[in-house]
Design a protein around this ligand. Structure first.
Ligand code: MG
Length: 223
């Protein structure tokens, strides 16, 4: 797929959970002492202002009718990596982008309370949004000092700075690559700050990260 003018072929999307203190607290989750990762599959991925589809199976079910926005900084791997130490990690980054980790929140909590995986609540079609472009590392001096925000229908819901990440990007690469091979084009999402909340069909999400830009996506109900 093309993100802006850059073509990438990701084999996976790996996301870190609870990587901002205030967000872990708003979900009543313990603050992790080790990174917690989960995977989103490629069916979830959209870009270029394509609409986010609110699944009917959630919308029409009282038990599951909550989908949340989560704005995150993502980075894309420039080459294959396995067993990479944190001090060489920046050599493996192609660039940075804005990511929305859409989440079926009631379903996630329901599954979590039963000790089931997060897979289904995170992997509906269109639940991973990326764009508007991939910004190369030479344009971003410090990825851990960027304003990050999300507006829902013009109202600010999330507003923070990537400096508040608990686990930083080099640690994520070291940790992840100690378990599995990351491939060129793979997308890693670095977690969301506090302020996550529900969306509805008809809503417009506008997300921005300093030095990267802004993405705008409408939410529509599944046909
Ligand atoms: Mg997230």
């Amino acid at each position: 797929m093309n993100i802006g003018s850059t073509e990438i072929k990701p084999t996976k999307i790996v996301c870190i959970g609870r990587n901002y203190l205030k967000h872990a607290k708003e979900l009543n989750s313990p603050v992790p002492t080790e990174p917690v990762f989960f995977v989103k599959t490629i069916n979830t991925l959209i870009t270029d202002e394509k609409p986010i589809i609110y699944p009917r199976i959630l919308y029409e079910n009282e038990e599951f009718n909550r989908v949340d926005h989560e704005v995150e900084l993502a980075f894309i791997l420039s080459k294959k990596c396995k067993n990479i130490s944190s001090d060489e990690a920046f050599d493996y980054i192609q660039g940075y982008s804005i990511f929305l980790d859409m989440t079926a929140r009631k379903m996630q909590i329901f599954d979590r309370n039963k000790n089931l995986p997060w897979y289904r609540s995170k992997n509906f079609d269109t639940f991973s949004v990326i764009g508007p472009r991939i910004v190369p590392p030479n344009e971003i001096e410090d990825p851990h000092n960027l304003k990050i925000e999300l507006l829902l229908n013009g109202k600010t819901q999330q507003s923070s700075n990537t400096s508040y990440m608990i686990f930083k990007i080099p640690e994520m690469i070291e940790y992840l690559s100690s378990f599995l091979t990351l491939e060129k084009g793979d997308i890693i999402a670095t977690g969301t700050p506090s302020g996550v909340g529900p969306i509805q069909p008809g809503d417009v999400i506008k997300a921005s990260i300093e030095k990267i830009g802004t993405i705008t996506h409408e939410v529509i109900l599944e046909d």
